[in-house]
Every structure is written in structure tokens, then in C-alpha cells.
Unconditional design. Sequence first.
Length: 104
Amino acid sequence: MSAQKELVSKSVKEVEEVVELFYQQKLQEALAKFEPVLGEMMTAIDTIFTYRAEHEGFELDDAKLTNTLKEAMAALQDGDMVLLADILQYDYIEYMQEILDNME
């Protein structure tokens, strides 16, 4: 597994852990863990953009990724942690897994 793919995969696992905490309604623990995970998510996304630049033909739906992050941040600002967890689980994580499957 390439270092880039490994970094993205690690980030996805971290997000999965946060989502699980939200679903368990351990809000303070989830929010405390989510803050550093946000940084890891941004690093993973930067890594994916770098990967795309280095690998001709690698497909990435920028709009889908951007919209997912906007929706997640709106849910966070609204204090809707269940919606945030759902967006992270069913939009972000699933799309990131799709991206990982297409990385070498």
C-alpha cells in the first residue's frame, strides 16, 4: 500500500471511530476527538488531490467532496450530531472508501 493510500485509509478509520461515538451519543468524547480528526481529514483530502495530480486518469468528484464537507459543517454548526454522523458515515466515509479502492 502506498504511503498516500495508507494516510487516507488511516484518516477514514479515525472518522469511523468518531462516527461511532456520535451514534453512541457520547457527544463530548466525540466532539473532543473530532477536532483533531478534522485536521486529518483535510490532510487526507490534500493527499488525494496530490495523488490525482500525479496519476493521470484518477477520477475525483470535487463537487461531491466539497458538498459533503459543507453539509457536515452545517450540521455541526446547527448542533445536529446525528445528521453529522450520518453525513460522515454515508457520504464522506463511503466516498472515501470508493476513492481508496481506486488508488494504487
